[in-house]
Design a protein around this ligand. Structure first.
Ligand code: SF4
Ligand code: F3S
Length: 112
């Protein structure tokens, strides 16, 4: 089991999650973060920290594609351990549907 970052992180990217992870297993894309499922120790501490409620345990139904996406991009994007500035329109983007199809970027973020 692992936790995964899902749709609502895209273009919200609040980054509160990275500050609490005891094993620093978040990785930064241009407009979302992902968790490395091989490094996550399933502590669950990050889940309530996300203002967008984007972090879920992969035991929930229907998260297979997110597990795949977290696995793939955590191998490609840089590690992030320090919270940066969220996008200016993060609050407006909260809860927008189908962000994966509309806004996902495979480009890496800066990392920290
Ligand atoms: Fe890190 Fe724990 Fe969240 Fe896994 S569940 S990403 S170990 S804070
Ligand atoms: Fe994304 Fe939530 Fe972290 S919006 S960057 S998973 S705090």
């Amino acid at each position: 089991m692992t936790y995964v970052v899902t749709d609502n992180c895209i273009r919200c990217k609040y980054m509160d999650c990275v500050e609490v992870c005891p094993v620093d297993c978040f990785y930064e894309g241009e407009n979302m973060l992902v968790i490395n499922p091989n490094e996550c120790i399933d502590c669950g501490v990050c889940e309530p920290e996300c203002p967008a409620e984007a972090i879920l345990p992969d035991t929930e139904n229907g998260l297979e594609k997110w597990l795949e996406l977290n696995t793939k991009f955590s191998a490609e994007w840089p590690n992030i351990t320090v919270k940066g500035e969220a996008p200016a329109d993060a609050d407006e983007m909260k809860g927008v549907e189908n962000k994966l199809e509309q806004f996902f970027s495979p480009e890496p973020g800066a990392g920290s």
